[in-house]
Design a protein around this ligand. Sequence first.
Ligand code: NAD
Length: 326
Amino acid sequence: MRRFKVVITDSDYPSHEIEEEILSRVGADLVKFQCRTEDEVIECCSDADALLNQYAPITRKVIESLKRVRVIVRYGVGVDNVDVEAATERGIFVANVIYDITDVADHAVGLILSLVRKIPLANQNVKEGMWDWKGIQPISRLKGKTVGIIGFGRIGRKVAQRLRGFEVKLIAYDPYVPADLFAEHGVEKVDFETLIEEADIITIHTALTSETRHLIGERELRSMKRDAILINTSRGSVIDERALYKALKEGWISGAGLDVLEKEPPEKDNPLLKLDNVIVTPHMAWYSRESLDEIRRIAAEEVARVLSGQIPINLVNKDVLRRIGR
Ligand code: NAD
């Protein structure tokens, strides 16, 4: 009997034993690549039965080159690098991995506290021999500030839950979430302009879509408070990075905490990395020892499910079912 071929298009995980073990049970072999470009994915995946994908671009051109693929599983929540519509047209399942996103919410809160309390700067000063808090003035108290959450989905709500203990005022903008859900979480629902103008801290948790690409650009940055800080653990392209650089350099806002960038890894000369009022982490908000195992297990189980003739649990493109008559 022919064995299935499952291709990992790319991954920065240290090992794939969890996937290997789960996939071997359904007669599948795992082949690993580190594709970065569309052409590399095309070259590596044409005869695959299933794809496990982290960040490599799964464009329409890629999807049209796939001869046998039945399912594309994204290691994570966002599917912005996959052309879901093209996959649906070809009758291919697209699934994402819904794991415990507590770590992402913790990371966002960590970036907020790091910036508000200026912890990285203080740490750097001490290590350079400056045992003096006055060099890091001013610090403004977090309690009483307004935190604006853009995107009130799973992570946005978890962030709200965590921040309530800090005695801040919580406001949020998400046009797709029912109004009563905001109240349930002790959060005031506001429109986009109000959030931009009133928040002292803005934290972004929206999906990246054609509507949210560069949602935060020059106009929004100029409308924010001058001492506002901006946190992004969603996707880099939700912020227009060139505008953000200008805003931070020219003091339209006071700081930014970024786990995601428009280009990852960033170019060495990315000017944002030279600014003192920016903290950057390497797209790691998702990571904990627990989530690393959980993501790989859930992703491999989705592939195994499809190769055994079932439908993925976290099916992103539900329309595909009609297309394939299921
Ligand atoms: P989710 O789908 O539960 O929530 C996303 C929310 O964005 C939804 O409530 C949706 O209504 C909202 N949204 C969509 N369009 C919007 C718009 N135009 N304006 C405002 N809100 C809008 O997803 P989630 O699990 O909460 O993930 C949120 C983001 O975090 C995603 O972009 C995901 O890719 C990213 N993420 C990053 C990491 C990391 O390691 N940095 C880890 C997990 C998820």
